[in-house]
Design a protein around this ligand. Sequence first.
Ligand SMILES: O=C(O)CCC(=O)C(=O)O
Ligand SMILES: [Fe+2]
Length: 234
Amino acid sequence: MTANDYKAVAKTFWKQGYVVIDDFFDENLMSTSQSIIMSHFGESPAYAHDEQFIQLSKAEVVPWFPQREGEHHFDIIEQDPRLIALSEAILGASWYSQYCMVMFSKQGSVGQAWHQDCPPEDATQYNLNRLVYTKDINDGDGGEVYIRPHSHLNGALSKGPLFEDFEDQVVVLPKKGSLILLHGHCWHRIGEQKRNSRISTNYRAAPQSAAADITDICVYRNMRYQFSKAKVVG
Ligand SMILES: O=C(O)CCC(=O)C(=O)O
Ligand SMILES: [Fe+2]
């Protein structure tokens, strides 16, 4: 990719609120990452979030922060010069890498309800999701990524059904090696996991002006939830 390509991706990102790039990461790197992830989780990991959160948010996901446990394999992706260049094109020169969060969803889990990763009231306070997929999500598996284009510019989620289908939603089936760049204020949800388990890995980043705990409060259609306090805050 050239400097102009990075600029073009950033332009599309700021217009749509997201960009999907398939075949971004090397196949072998994805295979190695996937096997490290599966040896961490095993086939049926326990849920880490508290019961109330899972009930209300419908986020039946088990998170893992490998770098916090000294698993440095995941630094390779974070340090990919193309990923860094894209992040800079989107966020500006002054940005930082937050953390790497791997998410496991087992077969039969409901996915994740419509949400914004952080409160959208101040446009300068946002996170950037850099989602990496180490295995295919195939048609029929479920676990699709639903996104409402342009919604990063439209303020807070409206009240309504947690998994509502919107006419203007796009449905993305990421493949092994895909990269999704997604603005934290852009409305998104994950479809029910009908077949196989699902893995996604999020390398969150933010502009320097955003606090390190920018994603502590997640915005859903039925509540705002603060992870550090494990409680509903609005
Ligand atoms: O698992 C995914 O594909 C995206 C999950 C999500 O909503 C996030 O990481 O903010
Ligand atoms: Fe999210």
